[in-house]
Design a protein around this ligand. Sequence first.
Ligand code: OOG
Ligand code: MG
Length: 261
Amino acid sequence: MNDVTFDTKISSLAKQVDDAAFNATAIAQLSSQGHHLSLIEAYQVQDESLQRRLDRGEKQVGIKMGFTSRAKMIQMGVDDLIWGPLTDEMFIEEGGEVEFSKFIHARVEPEIAFLLKKPLSGNLTLTEVMAAVEAVAPALEIIDSRYDNFKFSLEDVVADNCSSSGFTIGAWQQAGGDLSNLGMVMEFDGEAIEIGSSAAILGNPYRSLAAAARVAGEAGKVLPAGSIVLAGAATAAQPIKQGLHVKLHCEKLGIAEFTVA
Ligand code: OOG
Ligand code: MG
């Protein structure tokens, strides 16, 4: 394939996943359409679909890490961590409402968020990444695969911006505390639906931040000061529906909650 044909293919796949997200309409997995992308090509599709969002006026506010826990890898049948951009359009005011009609078949999962006070990129020690953190907070992420039946290969999900579609962040807490084993309980309408520990996130969510810096560096990017980084879900994700109230209690960090309108 010459370069022009290749660029056209990446652009047309980016348009496909971005249109699916924008219109909340599922599409067939790219792999089942016969597009067998390499991981590098999948991230090129992701980059182009981010560009389409930026062209519509969205702003990148950070990144999310995915499949940083065994629980998530097993639930989705994949075996490597992934990452993708978060934009302001995905942000849900903490305690606020999110429209169910924005989504195709959304799920929610319990996470921990970091706010950076220094730029991060490349291979860094845990101590170095910890020193770059301004604050930490409990967070909930809404994922909404644009693919039929929420099924995908690793390359499919990367091309689809890692299913990113919404996130809410509880009150920021001072950084510096031990995050390696905090109890996390996600409730649906006041009843626990997922119970886990932050230890599920690579043994310590700060390792996910170090991984974020490393993958950003490998992609020739920097996570700027002021970025939000979601460390990845501590438990499996659960489907949401209209009217549902979702609340995360995270030991030492507090709560994050929203209602599906
Ligand atoms: C992909 C996103 C994974 C996480 O926290 O592990 C993710 C998906 O499960 O659809 O956000
Ligand atoms: Mg997640």
